[in-house]
Design a binder for this molecule. Structure first.
Ligand code: G3I
Length: 377
């Protein structure tokens, strides 16, 4: 059965607005007696998350309408630009950069008091969107590709991170360093030119441009959160820290395509990263219908299966004090990258988010809010 929750508007809530969490470290701001931290409390997700000291975020697509902007302000306390701040979105080619969309996003989010996760400075996928489309050509033609790439990275990061210093709290400095189809290093244009040194180089450049920014590496695991790719991710983080890299956190994207992760396995991955002294965030949560086929084929309603899956993710994060945020990859079910990307478009609409296409909270929203309020019962 599809549930709808009628939540009161922010202004009508009894819950006191609480101060923003402005570092990556979780802080419970008003203690266990906060009115939002009670079973069935009539608070928004944002208010409950603030009371718990964990960020509840949404990725915001380009050109989002006013109703959706308002929904973000009501339900979330943190935002990521789905595309506008990627290197290739700003600079489709390396020398043709336009910060207009990224500026507009940061101006809006910052003036609204939202925490901003910057995404993403260096990403080997999606030439022309993830990174400038001419990087391949530039480095292939260079006598010394390593030096050329190092200075392209420095120039981009210096310009971008310094521009938003004091407004963007954390950056996905490196997105998806590991191979999309495997578990070793992704042999991207960056890796080809510089080997894995491009990661240290980018982290150093970001730290120099804004010493206060929290610097993350963001990665995804397709299904086995305890498998080789996950282990290689932890090993990479450990190695970077041993080398003294300015690294503060790791993002686990949590796009679910195949199945819902085993709670213990996901919990162990989050714990292993936190044990390195890093913050952890689930940075890009959504789920294709393909991940829930077992449940829906067995007769479970899609939205109820999603509520359970979101619950697994939220519980794993909440069990680890250094897990500082949960971000969904989109605002509401009217727009998801899954619906325009093969093979997930075949089952569109995937309807994978916490708000339905009418911006009403779904069962998954209520499940996450309840876990934030009182934990697993
Ligand atoms: O901006 C152009 C527009 O000018 C053009 O008319 C239109 C026609 O196709 O394309 C527009 O660009 C698209 C862009 O999204 C903005 O809408 C690209 O084709 C499309 O490839 C791009 O897809 C994005 C993808 O990253 C690649 O950058 C998705 O929206 C975005 O959800 C996805 O997000 C990634 C994360 O950054 C990293 N983790 C995985 C996640 C899902 O793939």
């Amino acid at each position: 059965m599809r549930l709808r929750a009628a939540l009161p508007l922010v202004g009508a809530l009894a819950c006191e607005p609480s101060s923003k969490v402005d570092t990556g470290s979780p802080t419970v701001d008003t203690g266990p007696t906060h009115p939002c931290l009670e079973a069935g409390a009539d608070c928004t997700l944002a208010e409950t998350a603030r009371a718990r000291g964990v960020h509840a975020g949404a990725a915001v697509p380009n050109g989002v309408d006013e109703d959706r902007q308002q929904a973000v302000l009501t339900h979330f306390d943190s935002v990521t630009a789905e595309n506008a701040m990627k290197w290739g979105a700003i600079c489709p080619t390396h020398d043709a950069c336009d910060f207009e969309r990224a500026d507009a996003f940061v101006d809006w989010a910052h003036s609204a008091g939202l925490r901003i996760r910057g995404h993403a400075l260096v990403w080997g996928q999606s030439p022309g969107h993830g990174h400038p489309g001419d990087l391949d050509e530039l480095t292939a033609e260079a006598d010394d590709p390593e030096t050329v790439m190092a200075s392209l990275i420095t120039e981009h990061i210096q310009a971008t991170v310094a521009r938003y210093a004091g407004r963007v709290e954390s950056w996905d400095v490196i997105n998806e360093p590991l191979s999309p189809g495997g578990s070793g290093m992704d042999e991207s244009v960056f890796f080809e030119a510089m080997g894995s040194e491009y990661i240290n180089h980018a982290l150093e450049a970001a730290h120099a441009a804004d010493p206060d920014a929290r610097l993350f590496i963001n990665e995804y695991v397709v299904s086995d959160y305890g498998g080789e790719k996950a282990q290689n991710f932890v090993a990479l983080l450990e190695e970077l820290l041993a080398q003294g890299a300015p690294l503060h956190g790791a993002g686990i994207q949590a796009h679910l395509y195949v199945e819902v992760p085993d709670p213990d396995v996901l919990g162990a991955l989050i714990h292993d990263i936190a044990a390195l002294g890093l913050d952890v965030e689930l940075t890009e949560i959504d789920m294709a219908r393909t991940a829930l086929l077992e449940q829906t084929n067995a007769g479970m309603e899609l939205f109820d299966a999603q509520a359970e899956a979101y619950g697994v993710l939220a519980e794993a994060c909440l069990a680890e004090p250094r897990c500082t945020g949960l971000t969904t990859w989109g605002i509401d079910d009217s727009h998801s990258w899954l619906d325009s990307t093969a093979p997930y478009d075949a089952l569109a609409p995937n309807a994978p988010l916490l708000l339905d296409e009418h911006l009403e909270p779904k069962p998954a929203y209520l499940a996450v809010r309840e876990l934030l309020a009182v934990g697993a019962q």
